[in-house]
Design a protein around this ligand. Structure first.
Ligand SMILES: NC(=O)c1ccc[n+]([C@@H]2O[C@H](COP(=O)([O-])OP(=O)(O)OC[C@H]3O[C@@H](n4cnc5c(N)ncnc54)[C@H](OP(=O)(O)O)[C@@H]3O)[C@@H](O)[C@H]2O)c1
Length: 260
């Protein structure tokens, strides 16, 4: 599906789903602002996209857990002279383990990046979009936010927040030609699980999606003005089932699948 966003800012573009978003947007002719900490990877991607897709690409190094760097990015997003028509809040991280035993810094970092940065960047971008009656915010949530998640309690809670927050703001801006959408990937083959210390190798192939599928589904959904997008058949099928089953059963099943 084509879309009408001439410029986009993608957080977490140095890896996985964020890189797939950057590539998919570049193919659609969208100029890009790429954000992450690993600038070598961002510069490499930027050079490639400038050469192959002939789009403008700006690289911004930022640790989204750092309030000063975040404030600079908020200013960039609110600058009317350098409009960003689509914000993709993709950066995120997780941890694996029992909450009572995990180092608090890692739990705090998830709140900072997955929740605080996403809320603040959305708040910076939206007023200009509403004034111009044009724009989109695509928030990368997770199917993990729909489930009880022993072993990944904080991560799942941040993603539950992202989905509900997105639905609320989606409804607030309805009718103003500004689309706010959450994409809820299930298991997706990226570096995420290795970085988070999550072991998911034993799960069957059909439950996995690719970063490219997630990016395409998310971009189509925000262009179409949908509130929620669930990529992949297995994820789509599991959602109603998950809501029908008793919570205690879901908690115990998820504990066996996800717990450490
Ligand atoms: N993979 C899955 O199965 C899955 C499923 C559902 C949802 N998701 C969500 O999809 C999103 C992308 O994850 P992924 O799977 O592509 O994982 P990934 O390959 O680990 O990529 C995560 C991205 O987030 C960035 N990031 C992490 N901490 C950051 C920080 N403090 N400041 C700035 N950027 C930061 C990383 O960049 P730097 O390290 O360069 O800073 C990287 O570009 C996340 O929100 C994740 O929760 C993933």
């Amino acid at each position: 599906m084509q879309h009408a966003y001439r410029s986009a800012l993608v957080t977490g573009a140095s890896s996985g789903i964020g890189t797939a978003f950057a590539r998919a947007l570049a193919r659609r002719g969208t100029d890009l602002v790429l954000v992450a900490r690993n600038t070598d990877r961002l510069e490499e991607l930027a050079d490639d996209l400038r050469a192959t897709a002939k789009v403008g690409v700006e690289v911004v190094a930022a640790d989204l857990a750092d309030r000063e760097r975040l404030a600079a990015l908020e200013e960039r997003l609110a600058d009317p002279a350098r409009q960003v028509e689509l914000l993709v809040n993709n950066a995120g991280l997780g941890t694996q383990g029992r909450f009572a035993e995990l180092p608090l810094d890692g739990e705090q970092a998830q709140l900072d990046v997955n929740v605080t940065a996403l809320v603040r960047l959305t708040r910076a971008a939206l007023p200009g979009m509403i004034d111009r009656r044009h724009g989109g915010v695509l928030n990368v949530s997770s199917m993990a936010g729909e489930n009880a998640a022993p072993g990944t309690a904080t991560y799942a809670a941040t993603k539950a927040f992202v989905t509900r927050f997105t639905e609320g703001v989606h409804a607030e801006v309805a009718g103003q030609n500004v689309h706010v959408t959450a994409v809820l990937p299930g298991l997706t083959r990226t570096d995420f699980h290795r970085r988070a210390g999550m072991r998911r190798d034993g799960l069957p192939g059909f439950v996995w999606t690719t970063p490219e599928e997630v990016a395409t589904a998310g971009l189509d959904a925000v262009a179409a003005g949908r509130a929620i997008c669930v990529p992949g058949l297995a994820n789509k099928a599991s959602l109603p089932l998950n809501r029908l089953l008793p919570r205690a059963l879901v908690r115990s099943a998820m504990g066996r699948i996800l717990g450490d």
